[in-house]
Design a protein around this ligand. Sequence first.
Ligand SMILES: [Zn+2]
Ligand SMILES: [Zn+2]
Length: 127
Amino acid sequence: MKCPKCKDPMVTLELNEVEIDYCYSCQGIWLDQGELELLLENDQNSDKLIASIEADKNSREKKLKCPICRKKMKKISAGIDGTVRLDKCSQDHGYWFDKGELELILKMGSKSENSRVVNLLQDMFNK
Ligand SMILES: [Zn+2]
Ligand SMILES: [Zn+2]
């Protein structure tokens, strides 16, 4: 699979038993549909976060193409106490996270400061 941003080939990594696609060039991450929900621990905050996802019609960022169907993705926003802008395939293939955005989302979606998945993510990339 190629990075929607820089077109470099992405590598598949495993985060908490979920396969993620990672681009070493821009440090972006692709999650297939359903994988975000798997990474978010099941608690009230993660439900709130998923419910907060909505189309971001005012975004002027360049639209990226889905690495699976090559169609232009939608800009969406998500967040509790703050907003992160993401790209989502309109055919529901998955989500694209620019550098650092997945960490932000996972932090918002977990009630504890010390989320296990966030720690794993940091171990993986912040060496
Ligand atoms: Zn890239
Ligand atoms: Zn797609």
